[in-house]
Write a protein that binds this ligand. Structure first.
Ligand SMILES: Cc1cc2nc3c(=O)[nH]c(=O)nc-3n(C[C@H](O)[C@H](O)[C@H](O)COP(=O)(O)OP(=O)(O)OC[C@H]3O[C@@H](n4cnc5c(N)ncnc54)[C@H](O)[C@@H]3O)c2cc1C
Length: 403
């Protein structure tokens, strides 16, 4: 039997970041359990199919825990501009980091790169034990602490259990925390491509009634593709030969980056909207996709999760300084209050955008095109939206604030 102050299930981007923040500033004993093997060093000969647009706020979090140099040394791609346009009309919005005198709006980073750098960092702390691969078998919730039984019959007792185990969270299911939400009528087809024209370190996104298509800039003239569409169309696109697929992609993107010169394998991911009814229970908290998932159209999912991790870490560290215990209900409630409202506001806004751009009703199309052009020509509103997209608005934790 092993005893830990905090046990985090899930060493993905969110769980591993939380563990690093706590290990950096406390001497709490921390276990991190994952049912997958630690991520191997990413190959520099190809890109990971899964990438994330990482906001400046999330970059600050990585900088504050000292992992940004390792991520940057592996591979990151800055994006300085964002072009959004409507397939059904003349609406465009162009966000430019220079309008805020900033060098970038954010970076496109492969998920594997972040996970690898974070997991390597985790293994440098003497107060962190990474247990992976290991499967959890049973959760026994007691008044003072939680008990986890692992598949190999190891028993872990912990004052606080954190579920950072993604959208299908085992911790959430075991603790019977309910969710509200639905499956979207869209799935996301992802791949990466080389294009004829330069992407100009710009994120390009075209909204079609079937769903948005994004070209996210990678290094060496490559772009990561996230094409949200119906399951039927995604299936057709996935099964096309490369020449057919490249042509379809070129047409769907309005030929914005010229011909598609090559494309990698294609994968399809289901898209869901859900949020938990409660982020906490006695001796338990949920962070990241375990607590909420949204449509990837604005690239906010993992950024919201990293903000959860930073808020929970700050709340726990402050509590320790005040002599409180990490599983005190009032402490956990503070975390829940902090993140629940911010996340819900973002989720509702993203869901609204998805529905507005999905509408084929003439008047809605006309209004959204007019709205986009008004926003594009109103610097005050545009700058506010840029700041929001950079994650620099709302109640930021000290980990996410600029140094
Ligand atoms: C197509 C697509 C594009 C996206 N693009 C963006 C973007 O540009 N920007 C953005 O911010 N977000 C984006 N997202 C969302 C983002 O990928 C997720 O929000 C993010 O992966 C969530 O991170 P996480 O650490 O909470 O969960 P996960 O990444 O799911 O990690 C969960 C971890 O828990 C482990 N685990 C799972 N089950 C168990 C178990 N039972 N026991 C032990 N360990 C377990 C897993 O092995 C994994 O390591 C996108 C999502 C999709 C589908």
């Amino acid at each position: 039997m092993s005893q830990f102050d905090i046990t985090i299930v899930g060493s993905g981007m969110v769980g591993a970041t939380l563990a690093c923040m706590l290990a950096n500033e406390t001497d709490l004993s921390i276990a991190v359990i994952d049912n997958a093997k630690p991520v191997a060093k990413p190959s520099m000969d190809s890109f990971d199919l899964r990438v994330s647009a990482i906001t400046r706020a999330s970059e600050n979090i990585f900088r504050n825990i000292g992992v940004w140099p390792a991520i940057e040394a592996l591979r990151v791609s800055p994006y300085r501009d964002m072009h959004v346009w409507d397939a059904k009309g003349n609406g465009i919005i162009h966000f430019d980091s220079a309008d805020l005198s900033e060098a970038t709006l954010g970076h496109i980073i492969e998920n594997q790169v972040m996970q690898y750098a974070l997991q390597q960092r985790l293994q440098t702390y003497s107060n962190v034990t990474l247990i992976a691969p290991a499967s959890c078998k049973k959760l026994i919730e007691n008044e003072q602490q939680n008990v986890l039984l692992l598949d190999d019959d190891k028993v872990i007792t912990t004052s606080l259990l954190v579920g950072a185990d993604g959208g299908r969270s085992w911790v959430r299911q075991q603790s019977a925390i309910m969710t509200r939400g639905w499956d979207y009528d869209q799935v996301a087809l992802v791949t990466y491509v080389k294009t004829e024209k330069s992407h100009q370190e710009t994120a390009w996104q075209r909204f079609m009634p079937t769903g948005p298509l994004a070209f996210l800039p990678l290094l060496d003239g490559y772009s990561s593709i996230v094409w949200s569409t119906s399951a039927e169309q995604a299936n057709e696109l996935k099964n096309m030969d490369a020449t057919e697929f490249n042509k379809a992609l070129c047409v769907a993107s309005d030929n914005r980056l010229g011909d598609i010169l090559s494309c990698a394998e294609r994968a399809v991911f289901p898209l869901r909207f859900f949020v938990v009814e409660h982020y906490i229970k006695p001796n338990l908290a949920l962070v990241g996709d375990a607590a909420h998932t949204i449509h990837p159209l604005a690239g906010q999912g993992v950024n919201m999760g990293l903000a959860d991790a930073a808020a929970l870490a700050q709340t726990l560290i402050d509590a320790i300084m005040q002599g409180k215990t990490v599983n005190s209900t009032s402490v956990l409630r503070r975390y829940e209050r902090w993140r629940k409202a911010d996340n819900l506001a973002m989720m509702v806004a993203m869901d609204g955008l998805k529905n507005m751009f999905g509408s084929e009703i003439g008047v809605v199309q006309a209004l959204r095109n007019t709205g986009m052009n008004i926003v594009d020509n109103t610097p005050v509103v545009k700058n506010m939206l840029i700041k929001q997209a950079m994650g620099l608005t709302g109640d930021l934790s000290r980990f996410a604030s600029l140094n």
